[in-house]
Design a protein around this ligand. Structure first.
Ligand code: B12
Ligand code: SF4
Length: 465
């Protein structure tokens, strides 16, 4: 039996939508954790659920108890709860980490009266390395003083230990244990479905910005970077080990530090290391031609920009710190350098009016992204947005059956309203794009957009629960 079995609750084949998207990546957090613990001398096994069936995972759990560590995020609550129940029934000690469990400690520790034993808040590496021997010596109910943990004492009371200090020097971290899972399968799935195999890596941890709806549960508001050399070394290892056609830098804001970006680009060039990639950033951290030029040279073929709204008023309410004009400039600059733009948009943030929706539609036309994804705002536990609307948050399902994504906000427009907003946006933008090339289709789409707008107005009286 290993000292710890690490797993997560993401089952790709169980989720119809995820199967359609078919862009799986392994959970880097677990791979980092494994690498750190193994270097410290622990025996670690990873049970990667992405391509697994539940029965196989249950069979592994039934094979004998030990310490089970589970990564949690807001999409995997139900499978994680099932894993906890199964593991506890089989005598496992269950430790949870990741952004979700930290937001709901009482629920995860108390689920059905036999929830998880310990929750690790924040970075997992150092906490877990202390926790494993502590569990062996003291058991799960006497962990007082073990920084970064939440647990139940012998009387069932929840004890929050002090926060764990973060790792200053990210270069001191061993690289993620990619060879302990079947990473090739991820690359192959990507290649089969999208023509290009892809691997994820991160060059930094944490984001110092304060967008009110964004979860900072793991890294707080810090920002720490790895050295360009270390990142380039890891990229070489990825290239040599799995030969992907591209990579995805899963950073929060890839272009946050321009000096680092230029140094990293120079390092890659010096080594002749050129792997196409996509990544995400903020428009205000892209406001230099040189940044886009550098990204293009490095192989960036698509940049995702968190645009959220075309209304300055709404962006200010979100404390986003970016203007629509900056986003438009960044999109145009990306296009000038042959980089595609992906855009994230959010409907229904506090205070959004019909004028703001119109502004967003206009903004998307001006920005002209190749792809844009929309979502209706949902307050994630422990964010500033959640605190602001907490009194109006309605959960349509029992906690164990839902997720933070289901959170409705009493008094806000209905989902139908936002569905019409979405159609209106898509039709209007497509009509605009086709104005010159296909005027007939463009005019049909404009009519459809007008009907969507009317449908939205008709639904304006309906509100969420
Ligand atoms: C990359 C990413 C994605 C990728 C893929 C995820 C993947 N498999 O890599 C994609 C684009 C698909 C994605 C989608 C979504 N994501 Co996302 N994503 C991220 C992002 C930017 C990086 C994840 C990462 O690699 N982090 C680096 C590693 C090192 O950190 P870590 O995973 O947190 O692990 C550390 C600790 O958590 C802890 N730890 C982790 N596991 C364990 C286990 C144990 C036992 C222990 C003790 C400790 C521990 O130790 C690790 C090392 O220190 C994070 C933000 C972030 N910076 O972390 C958001 C984030 C995880 N995503 C988030 C959200 C909301 C989503 C979506 C719901 C968005 C949407 N509207 O669709 C979807 C859900 C998708 C899904 N099916 O799960 C939220 C989650 C909030 C929450 N409370 O759960 C985050 C935190 C973003 C945010 N700031 O709000 N995401
Ligand atoms: S949304 Fe992006 S920029 Fe804003 S706080 Fe979150 S990670 Fe940082």
């Amino acid at each position: 039996m290993p000292d710890v079995l690490l797993t997560h609750g993401y089952f790709l084949f169980e989720d119809e939508k995820e199967r359609q998207i078919m862009k799986p990546y392994p959970t880097l957090g677990l791979l980092y954790l494994s690498a750190w613990l193994r270097r410290a001398g622990f025996d670690v096994e990873i049970l990667d659920t992405t391509f697994a069936r539940r029965e196989d995972v249950y069979a592994r759990l039934d094979a004998g108890p030990g310490v089970l560590g589970i990564y949690t995020n807001l999409m995997t609550r139900q499978p994680v709860l099932d894993l906890i129940a199964r593991a506890r029934a089989g005598g496992w000690t269950v430790v949870l980490g990741g952004p979700e469990a930290a937001g709901w400690p009482a629920e995860y520790l108390g689920y059905l009266g036999h929830g998880a034993d310990v929750i690790v808040e924040g970075e997992g590496e150092r906490t877990m390395a202390e926790l494993l021997p502590a569990l062996a010596e003291r058991g799960p109910h006497r962990l007082h003083g073990l920084a970064g943990t939440v647990f139940r004492d012998e009387d069932g009371r929840i004890v929050h230990n002090p926060a764990r200090e973060q790792i200053d020097d990210l270069d001191a971290l061993p690289w993620p244990d990619r060879d302990r899972i079947d990473l090739q399968r991820y690359v192959d799935v990507w290649r089969e479905h999208h023509g290009r195999g892809s691997v994820n890596l991160i060059t930094a941890r944490g984001c110092p910005y304060h967008c009110r709806w964004c979860s900072h549960a793991v890294f707080g508001f810090t920002h720490r970077r790895r050295s360009p050399r270390s990142c380039a070394d890891e990229l070489e290892l990825i290239r040599d080990g799995w030969a992907p056609d591209q990579v995805w830098y899963a950073d929060d804001v890839f272009t946050i530090n321009h000096r680092w970006l230029f140094e990293y680009a120079a390092e890659l060039e010096r080594r002749g290391l050129h792997l196409p990639f996509e990544t995400i950033s903020r428009a205000d951290r892209m406001m230099k031609e040189e940044v886009l030029e550098t990204l293009a040279k490095m192989g960036c073929y698509r940049i995702w920009i968190g645009s959220e709204s075309g209304s300055r008023r709404v962006l200010d309410a979100m404390e986003r710190g970016v203007t629509p004009e900056q986003v438009q400039w960044a999109c145009q600059a990306a296009h000038r350098h042959g980089i595609e733009v992906g855009m994230f948009l959010m409907w229904g943030y506090e205070g959004e009016t019909l004028d703001d929706i119109e502004a967003t539609i206009d903004h998307v036309k001006q920005s002209d992204p190749e792809v844009f994804l929309t979502t209706v705002a949902y307050p994630i536990k422990n964010t500033a947005y959640y605190q602001e609307v907490a009194g109006r948050v309605v959960t349509p399902r029992a906690w164990a059956a839902g997720s933070d994504r289901d959170h409705a906000i009493r008094g806000r427009h209905s989902r139908t309203y936002y569905k019409h907003a979405d159609q209106w946006l898509r039709q209007e933008v497509e009509a605009y794009r086709l104005t010159g090339s296909d005027p007939v289709r463009s005019s049909e789409l404009r009519d459809a957009a007008a009907r969507s707008r009317e449908a939205l107005l008709a639904a304006a009286g309906e509100v969420e629960a």
